[in-house]
Design a binder for this molecule. Structure first.
Ligand code: G6P
Ligand code: ZN
Length: 543
């Protein structure tokens, strides 16, 4: 075996963010940059020698190059076997599925999620642990600590592996197994959902479109919807993963999934439309001329879980990230189960899922999932909706409106101010923090502030504490404004303002959310001095 030990110097910016290490492609192409981070992952792990590792990515530019490097480093570092998705492809939920199925010690997923790709786009490396979920904070901190003191890395001198052909090859003493990227995941979906009912729905005139936005879910969606569920060919649009996502922004929301939105709001729209993001963990659900907010989606899945074979026995609890609306809380209350409020980031759900405290979880950032894997899962959410629709025989709009009538409507919107100056964004947050003491009791446009704080979370399982997770301003009637800085951007800072208001009166549940939330939007501007500090009058993205 020809193992080379290469001298290197630390980079000071390899601190993983909300979801792994995410940087522009040219940064990852800096000599030793990728290698340092990968070696830091191995150096932070104990007892992985001889064990299995799962490896794959969303197919974006630099995916294949990075995979070849990581395989050679894994071989040099004593990994026993690497399961790599064919063509280097694995969606994030499929990687989580494989880690669990084959009891790997972890997985390396190459993705910058919904950020654009291509030579000038973004790239990312995520490390998932044995449970299949994103590395928790103690692990990412250990990786970061290693990255600050690294002086050398190990790599095998060898030819590249053929990633396109399934089967086993040796790389030094390590076995590389190129596996079908789709099969295990599609089997898992078939074990959870009522495929017969969905097949009947899709052959009975119900029209759906799944937009994979030229990202990773194309092959998964074609296998599941077109082959196993017999939806017509063409049901999956933009289904060919491209290295630059066709120049698009693979983020399933009303702004970036424009082609789908135009179809669903155009003439003679299909009954159902869905999209997923770069690495397949996010989802957007649309009915004919109708948008389901991610927060409502989680609440509706929880309320209808008994219709899905995999959850027919009931759900133990639900969890949502703090900025997600309180709609799921109302369902949990009715079901007599707990609803946990965690910081933003899927990793915070891991302990609750592992301990069996929750079955379903979700985030306002278009993520929904369950205990079937330890990642949010875009196609799973789409199948869950189709299963509900098949069983209830109602349209998306009817299901959502009936839900509002039963539980009340939670008007919700997120306003993003992208690429604002970092210092100004920090000043805005600091100003809010210093204003806390004076805010409770103050009135704004008839809304009285009941609580203002910086969200802090104590994990109920391991007692770990996460502080400064977003500023909450809660009003007496339960309405909320939350301010947070994004942890996934790569340019400047992104200020997120989350707004919600509860409306129990069914005669007032059909307003445009921007109208229903207008007062709260103005209050947010006033309290945070958004215009004065960021120079922006208007958000750049509204979801
Ligand atoms: C990633 C994580 C999500 C999280 C989101 C927040 O997608 O996987 O769990 O909700 O980032 O992103 P932000 O930009 O708001 O920090
Ligand atoms: Zn993603």
């Amino acid at each position: 075996m020809d193992i080379r030990t290469v001298k290197t110097q630390p980079f000071d910016d390899q601190k993983p963010g909300t979801s792994g290490l995410r940087k522009a492609v040219p940064t990852f192409q800096t000599p030793n940059y990728l290698e340092n981070f990968i070696q830091s992952i191995f150096d932070s792990q104990d007892n992985y020698q001889g064990q299995r590792l799962v490896l794959g990515g969303d197919g974006r530019y630099y995916n294949r190059t990075a995979i070849q490097t990581i395989l050679k480093m894994a071989a040099a570092n004593g990994v026993g076997r690497v399961l790599v998705g064919q063509g280097g492809i694995l969606s994030t939920p499929a990687a989580s599925c494989l880690i669990r199925k084959y009891q790997a010690f972890g997985g390396i997923i190459l993705s910058a999620s919904h950020n654009p790709g291509g030579p000038e786009g973004d790239f990312g490396v995520k490390f998932n642990t044995r449970n299949g979920g994103p590395a928790p904070a103690d692990v990412t901190e250990a990786i970061f600590a290693k990255s600050k003191e690294i002086s050398e890395y190990k790599i095998l001198e060898a030819e590249d592996i053929n990633l396109d052909q399934q089967g086993e090859t040796k790389l030094g003493e390590m076995t590389v197994e190129v596996v079908d990227a789709v099969e295990a995941y599609a089997d898992l979906m078939a074990s959870i959902f009522d495929f017969d009912a969905i097949r009947n729905l899709l052959s009975g005139g119900f029209r759906m479109v799944m937009d994979s936005l030229h990202a990773v879910t194309g092959p998964y969606a074609k296998e599941i919807f077109e082959r196993r569920l017999k939806a017509p060919t063409g049901t999956v649009q933009n289904g060919e993963p491209l290295e630059d996502f066709g120049g698009g922004h693979p983020d399933p929301n009303l702004v970036y999934a424009r082609e789908l939105v135009e179809t669903m709001y155009g003439d003679n729209p299909p009954d159902f439309g869905a999209a997923s993001d770069g690495d397949g963990d996010r989802n957007m659900i649309l009915g004919s001329k109708f948008f389901v907010t991610p927060s409502d989606s989680l609440a509706i899945l929880a309320a209808n879980a008994q219709l899905v074979p995999g959850y027919a026995k009931g759900i133990t609890g639900v969890a949502r990230s703090m900025p997600t609306s309180q709609a799921p809380d109302r369902v949990a209350k009715q079901l007599g189960i707990n609803c946990y409020e965690t910081p933003t980031g899927w990793k915070f759900f891991g302990n609750l899922l592992d301990a069996g405290k929750v079955t379903l979880c979700g985030e306002e950032s278009f993520g929904t999932g369950s205990n079937h894997v330890r990642e949010k899962d875009g196609l799973w959410a789409v199948l869950f909706w189709l299963n509900i629709i098949a069983k209830r025989g109602q349209s998306v709009e009817e299901i959502v409106k009936e839900h509002w009538q039963t539980y009340g409507r939670t008007y919700y919107s997120r306003h993003d101010y992208e690429e604002v100056d970092k210092d100004s964004a920090n000043t805005l947050m600091d100003n809010l923090r210093s204003a806390f003491g004076n805010l409770p009791g103050k009135q704004f446009k008839g809304y009285e502030i009941a609580l203002a704080d910086d969200f802090s979370y104590t994990d109920p399982i391991d007692g770990s504490i996460a502080e400064k997770q977003g500023i909450r301003i809660v009003f007496k009637d339960g309405s909320r404004i939350v301010f947070r800085l994004s942890g996934t951007g790569t340019h400047g800072a992104t200020l997120r303002v989350y707004l919600e208001r509860y409306e129990p009166d069914s005669s007032k549940q059909n307003q445009d959310p921007q109208v229903a939330l207008a007062d709260l939007i103005n209050i947010a501007h006033e309290i945070a001095q958004i215009k004065q500090l960021t120079g922006r009058d208007e958000p750049s993205v509204i979801t």
